[in-house]
Ligand binder design. Sequence first.
Ligand SMILES: Cc1ncc(COP(=O)(O)O)c(C=O)c1O
Length: 391
Amino acid sequence: MTGSARAHRLANIAPFEVMEVLDAARRLEATGVDVIHLEVGEPDFLTPAPVLRAAQAAIDAHPMFYTSALGMPELREAISSWYASTFAVDIPAERIAVTAGSSAALLLALAAVINPGDAALISDPGYPCNRNFVRLFDAEPILVPSGPEDRYQLTSRLARAAWTPATRVAIAASPSNPTGTTMTQDEWVALADVCRTNGGTLIADEIYQGLVYDHPPQTVLSVIDDVWVVNSFSKYFQMTGWRVGWMVIPDGAAREIEKLAQNIYISPTTPSQYGALAALSPEGIAILEERREELGARRDVLLEALPQIGFAVRARPEGAFYIYCDVSEHTDDSFAFARWLLEETGVAVTPGRDFGVAAPEQHIRIAYTQPIDRLREAVARIGDAVGRARL
Ligand SMILES: Cc1ncc(COP(=O)(O)O)c(C=O)c1O
């Protein structure tokens, strides 16, 4: 029995339940049911054509060898120029690491700043992988319950109250998954102050940065410099499966990140980096902006329709492609409710349990990753079912 040993840390890693909903939805689909998928956290749009063309041309023209561990110099330069042209911030290419999605960026940042036994503050509800990443480093995630009054964010008020002597890190995402709410620049500054005062580190997750609908996109880097920023080509750039993202490294830490990346995965995938270069081109951005407008229109349709079927939206989702709904009018067990919705209506949603322990039984997440007519159809089906259930 040479394969039977298991590390203790495995016991602390929770499964990603949305994948189980997805499996159930696919099984139902296989029986011929028309399932409307509002559970998965990836855009329904195909990767933009310029990205596909650039990656294909690169495969024909270049050997697909490893690149430098921090990514191709021309892509790091292109990301640096994109920060300058989009946000008027000067981020030298030397501070940019191209990574295998923002997931790798988060792992690298945590590997660089957290020690076993340290604690990290994370908003609850929040993106589930973060707390498992913290546990991987034998550190403790502190889930900080955040409600509509804090727009579900890790605000400075909440971070100050939750800080413990062991706390070393605060992680916040803007826009957030699962709520779509954003941090204002003032809130970022205040949260960074709390971290600085306590000798801690701030990690800002800007993976949904380009997907905002009420105001232009912003970056924390416009107001704070001593911050770790993770970002990705997955969501706004619609390249989830390409596994390419990046990190902005605080001054002086690039060599440490380079050493970690060299050892952990050697380099990010080469064809994807060529694709990412094209995503940043004016042609790529023009396509993505059209799609952003479409996503904004979808959000607006749902924001109007959901309250009419008793799905309360307690904080305006300014971005991402998620709406976090309070469904306590219908259930006190959102997990069972999601299963019931799937069976009764063929609409798949994610129960709150994936996103934390603060009132998950009261919430579901809806991803508007379907065209408007399908969203209207989903709301109509749910409206009928909950109406029937009330009779
Ligand atoms: C808030 C947040 N951060 C990070 C990620 C990781 O994405 P990726 O590794 O594809 O960049 C996700 C994916 O859903 C997310 O929602």
